[in-house]
Design a protein around this ligand. Sequence first.
Ligand SMILES: NC(=O)c1ccc[n+]([C@@H]2O[C@H](COP(=O)([O-])OP(=O)(O)OC[C@H]3O[C@@H](n4cnc5c(N)ncnc54)[C@H](O)[C@@H]3O)[C@@H](O)[C@H]2O)c1
Length: 249
Amino acid sequence: MGRLQDKVIVVTGAAQGIGEAYAKGFAAQGAKVVVADLNTEKGELVAKQIEADGGSALFVSVDVSSAESAAALVEQVVATYGGIDGLVNNAAIYGAMQFDLLITVDWDYYKKFMSVNFDGALVMTRAVYPEIAKRGGGSIVNQSSTAAYLYSGFYGLAKSGINGLTQQLAHELGGQRIRVNAIAPGPTDTEATRTQAGDASKELVKNLAIKRMGKPEDMVGAATFLLSDESSWVTGQIVAVDGGQTFRP
Ligand SMILES: NC(=O)c1ccc[n+]([C@@H]2O[C@H](COP(=O)([O-])OP(=O)(O)OC[C@H]3O[C@@H](n4cnc5c(N)ncnc54)[C@H](O)[C@@H]3O)[C@@H](O)[C@H]2O)c1
């Protein structure tokens, strides 16, 4: 028996990077994984690889900033797997994001960015939670970042919002036995990070307690714990998986 045996888990942004590692790691623990992403080509490939390795996966195209798209995903997942037990809100605009200040960023860009990186987690949660409630409860994991604790512009602001959302939703949904937690990764070696940070990530590593970049697979253990019944009394928590980049008193 895997630690997530037969649980149906939706992972957004699962076509690459950390989301791909989540999807593959959860499938290896017996979950039926929904690879949910805007990127159809890469998302379908991840689902095929999981199936080829003996796991169960379904690719569903979704835009997490759209309530209609989220509702269509739920319909398709329920038709295929009969329900939903867990949701990981991992999708974000990250690798190709613009760098600008809050006081100068173009309004339309800012609103689009926040609609994905902040509102997206709420849009998906609102669409999915009734299905989790029907199963008698389950778990939602939001993807935050250590950027929430550091000076990092509107990207960090969105992640601070994710932390607040996690705590608020933990209260709103706890009565329905739905737990809501977050993972705050530190600098993690994905294609998106290489595009976005380049050599700057080498500097970041010097200040970590563990002197290496994170790997997408480093996030999987914490996420598996938060999705599994092993964490049945853990909710509203932001778990840093960051090589010791940050700590909170
Ligand atoms: N890599 C890091 O160092 C790091 C550190 C802390 C937090 N994070 C967070 O982890 C998550 C994944 O990071 P990554 O490095 O794997 O990024 P990534 O850019 O490789 O993956 C993001 C995925 O989200 C998808 N996506 C973007 N907009 C979407 C939308 N509107 N609807 C559906 N899917 C959409 C993309 O197609 C992509 O597959 C993000 O939330 C990021 O902010 C990453």
